[in-house]
Design a protein around this ligand. Structure first.
Ligand code: OOG
Ligand code: NI
Length: 306
């Protein structure tokens, strides 16, 4: 772990690279930011607090969370709670940042060994091209190199047939085989926005008024049992993807999430201008996350607009 001033600069470079590529690929990001500016909710994009970012990985020995997390642990992130997703065959952890102005990170991993033999072979035919942990070969102090790594193909371009086979069994597997470590979403913290927009309920109303489509799996608002964490998300936009041999197909790209972290009961007496991150509900919630994953699933992306 390295928390020196240098590593903060490297982390800034890596996060900046991720957000730039993400914003280019997901038109909803700029569209939402522009709508927020036009409505006077914020003055500029920098006024948005990024609650967390998320990545997806494949659970094979040389990849997965064990490999991926080394990047952010190096920048001073700390590994926190574990989450288990039975039906989706996923494991996940969240990581708290070295300083409160950096986003939390949520990383999930597909339990590949629980898939059918066919799907496992198919995934391994790609991931076997990565013969040793690629993060071990990276200079983590070189922000540009890490940025390049997060956006480079780790294995050959999949065939459309393989993508579709995986899609039938695990939408998550299909997403990662094509999208790899591309940022899956960034998350707008709504609780610090002005009155009228500072809850997920009111922010959802603003989004829908502007025509953004929300994931409605389990309801448009996902709420933790303690009532402290409320989340919603857009439905991933389809991107024209190029597969092996030049075949093209429209697949799910990334999406945008919204989070409201309520003030913990112990700090309810604090005046609003003294509330900081440590006074609010921390972490994630498995049942919320289970539904948010579906922002890239066909049941959401192919839903008819009412
Ligand atoms: C992550 C879904 C879960 C959250 O905040 O609980 C999540 C994903 O779609 O990869 O983002
Ligand atoms: Ni999220």
């Amino acid at each position: 772990m390295n928390t020196s001033a240098n590593s903060q600069t490297t982390l800034d470079t890596v996060l900046h690279g991720l957000m730039t590529r993400y914003q280019e690929r997901v038109p909803d990001v700029s569209a939402i930011i522009n709508a927020m500016i036009k409505e006077g909710i914020i003055q500029q994009a920098d006024d948005i607090e990024n609650d967390h970012i998320a990545f997806r990985t494949l659970g094979v020995p040389q990849l997965g969370i064990a490999s991926f997390e080394k990047i952010f642990l190096h920048y001073g992130y700390q590994k926190r709670d574990y989450y288990y997703f039975e039906g989706k065959k996923l494991d996940a952890y969240w990581y708290s940042p070295p300083q409160p102005h950096y986003p939390r990170i949520f990383v999930s991993e597909l339990r590949v060994r629980e898939l059918s033999a066919e799907a496992q072979h198919l995934i391994q035919s790609y991931t076997d091209e990565v013969t040793s942990d690629p993060v071990d070969r990276l200079d983590l102090n070189d922000g540009a190199a890490v940025d390049a790594f997060l956006h480079q193909p780790l294995w050959r371009t999949p065939t459309l047939a393989d993508y579709l086979t995986l899609l039938r069994e695990s939408e998550y597997a299909a997403w990662v085989i094509y999208n790899r470590y591309y940022l899956n979403h960034f998350t707008i913290s709504v609780h610090n926005l002005p009155e009228g927009y500072n809850t997920v309920a009111t922010f959802n109303a603003f989004l829908e008024k502007h025509g953004f489509r929300l994931n409605d799996s389990g309801g448009k608002i996902k709420e933790s049992p303690d009532g402290g964490l409320l989340q919603s998300s857009t439905v991933a936009e389809l991107i024209e993807a190029e597969f092996a041999a030049g075949e093209t197909y429209r697949i799910s790209g990334s999406y945008v999430e919204f989070a409201e972290r309520r003030v913990l009961p112990a700090f309810a007496h604090l005046p609003a201008d003294q509330i900081r991150r440590e006074h609010r509900r921390e972490g994630f919630e498995a049942n919320n996350a289970d539904k948010i994953f579906e922002s890239t699933y066909s049941a959401q992306t192919s839903r008819q607009v009412p």
